[in-house]
Write a protein that binds this ligand. Structure first.
Ligand SMILES: Cc1cc2nc3c(=O)[nH]c(=O)nc-3n(C[C@H](O)[C@H](O)[C@H](O)COP(=O)(O)O)c2cc1C
Length: 173
């Protein structure tokens, strides 16, 4: 699939078919994620693959009751390894680069999934401490996104985007 087409036609999917996602496909998504750019090529991302219904149910609670998470056969939780980034770049690494790097990896997952016929949604509204406990995420790692992955059972229409003229500034702001 053409990259521009994927960027423009991907939509957040919040309803999934009752159909498993093969392990090789999940691996392909992680492979796409790890090719994202990162500051100093530090690659501060970590991925937790969740398939057990019991854990998914707990993630729904941590994510303020967003039930559709449970409906996905696979949930990928992306964490930023703040420790690794701060070793390279201090405070800027911990507070900025590791989040930028993981965001790039997350977007790669969304686009790769879409190109493979899968649906995903970037879930950012969740209680971090609760998520940390559920998934036994060690200190120094920050959960950044919960991504339910599955075959889409809906085809939402696109939300509008701000016009280019409103968001671009030439030469100075
Ligand atoms: C940082 C971030 C956090 C988000 N958190 C949530 C969320 O918690 N729940 C949800 O349903 N969608 C969430 N979304 C998805 C957005 O609502 C969605 O991307 C936006 O409305 C545009 O729709 P589209 O992805 O279909 O183009 C999040 C997206 C981003 C980038």
């Amino acid at each position: 699939m053409d990259v521009l087409e994927a960027i423009k036609s991907r939509r957040s999917i919040r309803a999934f078919k009752n159909q498993d996602v093969p392990a090789e496909i999940v691996e392909e998504l992680i492979d796409a994620a790890r090719w994202a750019p990162s500051a100093g090529n530090i690659q501060p991302w970590e991925f937790i693959i969740v398939q057990k219904p019991k854990i998914k149910r707990k993630l729904v609670e941590a994510a303020l009751g967003q039930m559709f998470i449970e409906g996905a056969p696979v949930v990928i939780v992306v964490c930023a390894n703040e420790e690794r980034s701060s070793q390279g770049y201090g405070v800027r690494g911990k507070t900025l680069y590791c989040l930028q790097d993981t965001a790039a990896a997350i977007q790669n997952i969304h686009l790769a999934a879409y190109s493979l016929g899968l649906g995903t949604c970037w879930v950012g509204a969740f209680r971090e401490e609760e998520t940390r406990e559920i998934l036994k995420i060690p200190r120094g790692m920050r959960p950044v996104a919960i991504i339910p992955v599955g075959y889409p059972a809906e085809a939402p229409t696109a939300w509008s985007r701000r016009p280019i003229s409103q968001i671009v500034h030439y030469e100075t702001f």
